[in-house]
Design a protein around this ligand. Structure first.
Ligand code: G1P
Length: 299
């Protein structure tokens, strides 16, 4: 598997119930950090890593995601007439030249593994990436997927992003047991979906970035429902371990779980503080809010 990945899968068929009522009409992938929706950050990361085929696994409620990557003739016309050329540039080319978007429907919410399997006809027989847009990874250098794609190209192995979490949180993640790490990578020996803290083989958690061998599709086809009654990608990966090398990768960057309120807030703060035009104002606003709330000492 030492080919460079060219295709990335974005499972975006989830309900996003944590963000109700907003997600009653706005898919969670369209929630913004500053001025760009989460899905845009995920897509940018995939394009930076070298992907030219973006596969969105959606459902019938997610038209907004497809619309977002489509041409908006009326809006473009209005912006042009109004002479708002900077804004026009922002909406004119939703994807760079040579990059295409493919939409695949997941008709039933049967789990992440099932969502990835829906992309099989577009991926075919080559290594590919999976990005969960909820997991936003902020980094000043190369994006997390670029780091992983480089590693996968060199090793020929599948690569899964991981980070340490507190033991009480293992039940929210896929958890891996690995051999010793060399540099940022360690070969995975076991992987289990959402184990209770007492049963977790380690505290190394899977983050939503994967570079996978196409062999995963055959395994997903015969994977039975697991944690939460869903077809889990983690369970198919557990079977892949018996056949091929799969490495855990400690990426460089800060991950925000934008599937939670505090993660979305954290990402907004970080991107605001790092923003060319907003940083100073954001710092001022934060100190003022803390002062007014009577928070005088920061931990
Ligand atoms: C999914 C995966 C899990 C992984 C997590 C990362 O879970 O099933 O293995 O650790 O994403 O965000 P979800 O958060 O969709 O329940």
């Amino acid at each position: 598997m030492s080919k460079r990945i060219r295709k990335a899968v974005f499972p975006v068929a989830g309900l996003g119930t944590r963000f109700l009522p907003a997600t009653k009409t706005v898919p969670k992938e369209m929630l913004p950090i500053i001025d760009r929706p989460l899905i845009q950050y995920a897509v940018d990361e995939a394009i930076e890593a070298g992907c030219d085929t973006l596969v969105f696994v959606t459902n019938r409620y997610k038209h907004a995601v497809a619309d977002y990557f489509d041409k908006a003739y009326e809006l473009e016309d209005k912006l042009e007439r109004a002479g708002k050329f900077e804004q026009l540039e922002m909406v004119r080319n939703p994807l760079p030249k040579g990059v295409r978007a493919v939409f695949v429907t997941q008709t039933e919410a049967l789990g992440l593994g099932h969502a990835v399997l829906c992309a099989k006809p577009v991926i075919g027989d080559e290594p590919f990436a999976v990005i969960l847009p909820d997991d936003l990874i902020w980094n000043r250098g190369a994006g997390a997927l670029t780091q992983m794609a480089d590693a996968a190209e060199t090793s020929g192995a599948s690569v899964i992003a991981v980070q340490d979490v507190a033991r009480e949180h293992t039940g929210s993640y896929g958890i891996v047991a690995t051999e010793d790490f060399a540099e940022r990578q360690g070969r995975i020996r076991a992987i289990v979906e959402k184990p209770k803290p007492a049963d977790a083989p380690s505290t190394l958690a899977v983050v939503g970035r994967y570079v996978l061998s196409p062999r995963i599709f055959a395994l997903l086809e015969t994977t039975t429902p697991g944690s939460g009654g869903e077809i889990q990608l983690t369970d198919a990966i557990a079977r892949l371990l018996a056949e091929e090398a799969v490495n855990a990768y400690r990426f460089q960057g800060t991950r925000f779980d934008c599937g939670t309120h505090i993660g979305l807030i954290g990402a907004t703060i970080r991107y605001a503080l790092d923003h060319e035009k907003l940083s100073a104002a954001a710092q001022g606003l934060m100190s003022e809010a803390l002062r007014e709330m009577g928070v005088t000492e920061l931990e």
